[in-house]
Design a protein around this ligand. Structure first.
Ligand code: FAD
Length: 141
């Protein structure tokens, strides 16, 4: 039973580039053994992450992530049983913000900033899919 979960959260002020790299290292070390794949986006102090994998593994990871002191206001945006993964290529891919076209953000929201709290989960997922299609994801499985 595969599921896809997406949430958004706000980073605490202490989260800088180094802290982000530490989180990504944790993802890349731990996710393969649990069969988790996905993509993490960090922009303007907001995290948006998609997790895919077995239901038990994804639910357990989400519970750990919610309790993580490096962010607050963790909000579940979307949760679905799925037939196949969309982000199978990454133990945790990272959106390359340097390649993020602001026009793409405008396509999906009122302002050219990443603000998943103001759009539907469906819209954020569509944005992720375009990022994958336009190769704006870095990091390997
Ligand atoms: P421990 O390693 O025992 O850590 C306990 C607590 O200490 C954590 O909850 C956290 O608050 C804090 N902590 C842990 N490491 C650090 C550090 N390097 N710097 C500062 N504080 C720290 N983990 C995954 O395995 N896969 C993911 O895909 C994933 N995505 C994440 C996305 C975000 C936005 C964040 C903030 C965290 C993510 N994590 C991820 C990390 C996850 O929240 C847990 O810290 C990790 O899974 C270890 O869990 P644990 O119970 O063994 O906690």
């Amino acid at each position: 039973m595969l599921v896809r979960l997406m949430y958004a959260s706000r980073a605490v002020p202490a989260v800088d580039q180094e802290a982000l790299l530490a989180i990504l290292r944790q993802c890349k070390t731990r996710n393969p053994e649990h069969g988790i794949t996905g993509v993490l986006c960090f922009s303007d102090g907001i995290f948006l992450q998609v997790l895919e994998g077995g239901r038990t593994a994804v639910n357990a990871l989400y519970n750990r992530i919610v309790a993580d002191a490096r962010h607050t206001q963790v909000e579940l945006m979307s949760y679905a049983e799925i037939g196949e993964r969309r982000f199978a290529g990454w133990s945790m891919g990272q959106v390359n913000m340097a390649r993020l076209n602001r026009a793409l953000l405008l396509k999906y929201s009122a302002t050219p900033t990443l603000d998943p709290f103001s759009v539907s989960g469906e819209v954020s997922l569509a944005l992720f899919e375009e990022l994958v299609a336009t190769a704006a994801i870095v990091g390997q499985s």
